[in-house]
Design a protein around this ligand. Structure first.
Ligand SMILES: Cc1ncc(COP(=O)(O)O)c(C=O)c1O
Length: 492
């Protein structure tokens, strides 16, 4: 097994090894039951002392991630299957594990498209609330009007007609740009990746909110960044903590989701937005403003974007269209300026020579017309109803000790659990009942955090939402009862 370790970093080597293995187990890159190298092999492979390797394995074993069987070896612990059921052939050490990769974790590999019936895990919109019919007709029309569309490359920067439409759309909610400063990406996930591969190398400091969007953690971890985290409260990123951190370390990038933050739903106040930009200007670093959901507000419109206040090109603004229009089109927008923009454009060329023309063309008429605004209005109403349903169910059925902050927009609700409760364990129980949610650990960029979970209320219809939230509440009640029982059992 190959793990990238940073010898000059502040984190002890055994802790780095421990963390990498935990990440790989949690993201499914290391599957349950698989054999790990012996401590001797591990110390040789990674060029660390035997003591370091032993320490890492000891911590993993103490925390129940791995198990050592005398005479057989060390294995990723199987939580669901009984250990005796383990099949010999699936245990054998797999040579492929010795091929070094740079993927310390990938939460999407674990949580996307799992076969459970009730999906409260992925932050997606119910397909029934998206304009599929219109886009389907547009694609047919595109293909019949211009059958050669599939035999052409589009512009690397993105189709100019689409960039003009996006320019108008962004102007509508005050994001200043020009069609020349827009780069069309394959979803905003690619935007994050392009920024990371262009500007982040091993040891570069990236500041992230905690909790945050798992897909961004995966990308920055994969670049070997030193990630520092700043907590989020109901008003967004804690700027006082950020300021302290920036006094000691010089981040290259600050990644934020200021509006309907994923996963907490928090909205950063205008004052904090201003302060954040001031910090970035004073230390000359970049801000990534990831903004997939600002259109999905339930009461008042959110404050103006940070990009709107940015006059010196510090903010790279990302707007994905997956939460409002069509995740399958894989279209995201990146707005930047100056040489930062030019370098990102070069990175896009290196990555894929441009996003598919067919899907770019197919959304132009929708965005350009009144249809888009009408659709957003309906989407807000539908999602507000689902959010209210979830809030009502939680307030009726959830046990004492569980709390949440009401999201004023976006797709997610963040539940806080008692400190003894582990959302990874709850997930194992939930899956037995055909239910998934996102455990808080997936959203923690640095620290181990198991006392939260994210529920997405936008994907399931009302019937399945009701079923899902009631099941979740039952699981929470059962967990609390079994804790009470074990606390009450006398210890002999
Ligand atoms: C905050 C945030 N950024 C980026 C993405 C990636 O979205 P896409 O690549 O589909 O635009 C997501 C998806 O859930 C997200 O929640």
């Amino acid at each position: 097994m190959q793990i990238e370790i940073h010898r000059n970093g502040e984190v002890p080597l055994s802790k780095q090894i421990y963390q990498s293995i935990v990440d790989r187990i949690r993201s499914g890159l290391l599957q349950e039951g698989i054999q790990l190298p012996s401590v001797r092999e591990l110390s040789k492979q990674l060029g660390v002392s035997l003591v370091t390797a032993v320490r890492a394995y000891q911590q993993l074993e103490q925390e129940g991630f791995i198990t050592s069987i005398q005479g057989k070896g060390t294995f990723v612990k199987e939580k669901i299957k009984a250990e005796e059921e383990r099949k010999e052939e699936s245990l054998s050490y797999n040579w492929q594990l010795s091929v070094q990769d740079y993927l310390p974790r990938s939460q999407f590999a674990r949580f996307h498209m799992v076969p459970e019936k009730i999906h409260l895990s992925s932050s997606m919109i119910d397909p029934g609330l998206l304009p599929n019919r219109f886009l389907e007709q547009e694609i047919h029309k595109m293909l019949s009007d211009n059958p050669r569309i599939l035999s052409q490359y589009g512009e690397i920067q993105g189709d100019v007609e689409l960039r003009r439409a996006i320019y108008e759309y962004l102007k509508g909610f005050g994001v200043p740009t020009t069609p020349e400063n827009i780069l069309v990406t394959s979803g905003s996930q690619q935007g994050i990746d392009l920024i990371a591969r262009t500007f982040v190398g091993p040891g570069d400091v990236v500041v992230m909110e905690t909790p945050t969007y798992p897909g961004a953690i995966d990308v920055f971890r994969g670049r070997g960044a030193t990630i520092l985290s700043v907590p989020v409260d109901k008003d967004g990123m804690r700027i006082d903590i950020l300021q302290n951190l920036c006094d000691k370390h010089k981040p290259k990038i600050i990644y934020t989701i200021p509006t309907f933050h994923n996963p907490t739903g928090a909205v950063m106040t205008s004052k904090r937005r201003r302060q954040l930009l001031d910090i970035a200007q004073s230390i000359q670093c970049l801000i990534i403003e990831d903004d997939p959901c600002n259109e999905i507000y339930f009461n008042k419109k959110p404050p103006a974007s940070i990009k709107k206040m940015d006059h010196n090109g510090h903010v790279i603004y990302l707007k994905g269209l997956s939460k409002t229009l069509a995740p399958g089109c894989r279209i995201g927008i990146l707005v930047a300026s100056g040489s930062i923009f030019n370098r990102l454009l070069a990175a896009k060329a290196n990555t894929d020579l441009g996003s598919p023309l067919l899907t770019q063309k197919s959304i132009i008429r929708f965005i350009n017309s009144k249809r888009m605004m009408d659709h957003l209005k309906k989407l807000r109403t539908a999602l507000r109803i689902r959010r209210d349903l979830v809030l009502e169910l939680l307030s009726h059925h959830s046990p004492e000790g569980i709390s949440w902050v009401i999201p004023e927009g976006g797709l997610n609700l963040w539940l806080s659990l008692p400190s003894w409760m582990d959302s990874n364990h709850l997930l194992v129980e939930a899956k037995k009942q055909q239910l998934t949610f996102l455990p808080g650990s997936a959203c923690s960029p640095v620290e181990q955090e198991n006392h939260h979970l994210r529920i997405c209320y936008s994907y399931m219809n009302e019937e399945l939402l009701t079923q899902g939230i009631t099941t979740l509440c039952n699981i929470l009640h059962a967990e609390i009862s079994s804790k009470k029982m074990s606390d009450a059992t006398p210890y002999f």
